[in-house]
Write a protein that binds this ligand. Sequence first.
Ligand code: GYE
Length: 316
Amino acid sequence: MKILITLALALLLISCGEKTEENKRLTIGFSQVGSESGWRTSFSESVKAEAEKRGIELKFSDAQQKQENQIKAIRSFIAQGVDGIVVAPVVETGWKPVLQEAKRAGIPVVIVDRNMALDDDSLYLTRIASDFVEEGRKAARWLMETTAGQCDIVELQGTVGATAAIDRMQGFNEVITGYPEANIIRSQTGEFTRSKGKEVMESFLKAENGGKGICAVWAHNDEMAIGAVLAIKEAGLDPGDDILIVSVDAVPDIFKAMADGDTNATVELSPHMGGPAFDAITAYLNGQQDGPKLVTINGGLYTQETAAEEYRKRTQ
Ligand code: GYE
């Protein structure tokens, strides 16, 4: 009897201990790229809301598009002894040393959105991202269908060295290679921002005889597409008509622009990556060691036909 009671007590103590551990409020550090685009802002808001919903204490750091700020933030998360780190890296290279520091401290790291070039996949738990190459292909397929493969295209690239720019470019080019009468006539970075997108588009218009020879703009994100709309209007042309515009992200502003006839198509990228990132960290902390190394999120292509409806749905 005595033994049984002791055993029962011991079991009770163990289960109480586990409960406390399970209910412990997690602290997670999130190093975000910046706030360069509407999509990025939605992404930050979505991660914050998801943390709030789950009772996670989120330490949020905005790197203002600078990798050095991200490295500092990660080091500070490590020093604070967080339970997990989520990083949306600005560029692909240069992450190994700081991830090794996190690994030595036993803190799991989840990569979200853009990728890191790493030769050791034990340095991160998993990556939550979309297939950026496929996004580029989708944009190009739409443009090739719409123009019967005859189009002189100007390209507004994203941030140099960022996966979203490298891969979108690759996917788009892969498709248009099959169309001998489709060409990228100018290509430059607009750094994923509206103001830089506008500025670069202005220079393209000047260089291309006021825009007469330009059939379409391929913008690596919606924000730069909207910058291009402004530049084209200022040059006295009709965006969406004289010059077609295709981009990626599917933020509310682009649905408004499409509904107004100013841009033509966008490929959707969901900003809701916080949930799967937190799931991976929680599973790992609960002892699950063999989760997938990549969780992909994919979206479709939208055009003017459904834009007004989509805008309403997304803003109400
Ligand atoms: O398309 C753009 C943002 O990395 C996928 O970054 C992301 C891109 C997104 O600023 O709007």
